[in-house]
Design a protein around this ligand. Structure first.
Ligand code: HEC
Length: 103
């Protein structure tokens, strides 16, 4: 298990280093979240239906040190009830910015 953890981590570092910097776009992040996450997670204020097992995005926003890297990392870990989504680094960063805007 530790080896899997390490290879995921180092794999991610290489991606992070190889990707040029860019400005994240929280509005785009919101669109992605609406499309891919809203069926299970409460992802915006006023949303009324979601599953009760998935943590609301406001909860994620309050996770200590929450940022794009952490979100990408969490998305790489297998979650039993969550389908694997493939998002690129820019999309993850946009979503992280959106989530942080909910704080
Ligand atoms: C089919 C339902 C479903 C969808 C769609 C879904 N999730 Fe989840 N997600 C869950 C559930 C259930 C959990 C809690 C799993 C657990 O505790 O093991 C979870 C947990 C998480 C966590 C917390 C991980 C942790 O360990 O703290 C994050 C971050 C997350 N989801 C992000 C997302 C994002 C971003 C999207 C959209 C791209 C998404 N999820 C789409 C069901 C879903």
């Amino acid at each position: 298990m530790l080896d899997v953890f390490k290879s995921l981590f180092f794999g991610w570092c290489i991606v992070a280093i190889a990707t040029p910097s860019f400005a994240a776009d929280p509005d785009h992040g919101k669109e992605i979240a609406k499309r891919w996450c809203a069926s299970c997670h409460l992802m915006e204020r006023g949303q009324t239906s979601a599953t009760d097992q998935a943590p609301p995005f406001t909860y994620l926003a309050r996770t200590p040190d929450f940022n794009a890297n952490k979100l990408a990392f969490l998305l790489l870990l297998p979650h039993p009830n969550m389908p694997s989504v493939s998002l690129n680094r820019a999309e993850v960063a946009d979503m992280a910015d959106y989530i942080l805007s909910l704080k």
